[in-house]
Design a protein around this ligand. Sequence first.
Ligand SMILES: [Zn+2]
Length: 207
Amino acid sequence: MENNSNILYAFLELQQDLFFDKIPKEKYRYFIEESIKQGTNVYEEYKGEDILDLYEKNNIQIVIDPGDGEFYKVRLRAQFEFDKAGNHKVYIYRKSIDDLAKHIGMDFDTIMKMYLSHEFFHYDEMTKNRVVANQLDSVERAKILGKKLYARINRTSEIGAHIFAKLMMDLPYMPNYYDYLYLISLKELSSSYLENREAEVNNLLQL
Ligand SMILES: [Zn+2]
């Protein structure tokens, strides 16, 4: 069984899926455990490699943008781009990452590599045709005139990427933990937020 912090942060990610409400409760564990397993398996293939070397070997360009990656009010820290010429690029938004670093007491380099690892996972799942969400069960999202419509749970790819980044960087928590820490430091979330969520999730998953 996975450690409880992985389950908690995986679940918090899963909960943000567009079709979370369509997932039967008894399948929460399936989505969490399978995504964690896939992220871990990919890590096993790259274990011991340096993330910057992996970018070089795979010809993925790292572009450090001095800005804060704000587009349409959504602030980004990193972004993957696959352009028409077939080039792979990952944009790192320096200002956003500096801001995060300052608030959570981590250094720029570690956070940047954490994001690079996350984006590398997406590159890997796409180029190797093993997108996590596509490999897991779909959920029934609607029934129209007796015909069932299904949806993929795309957040499972995010869970895979988080676990991969956690393992590559040897971090104590999945990277989305640091987003919560950041929001708590900005007082957008209360200091007991994670504790409360943990109790709620443990209860829901009967841990
Ligand atoms: Zn992602």
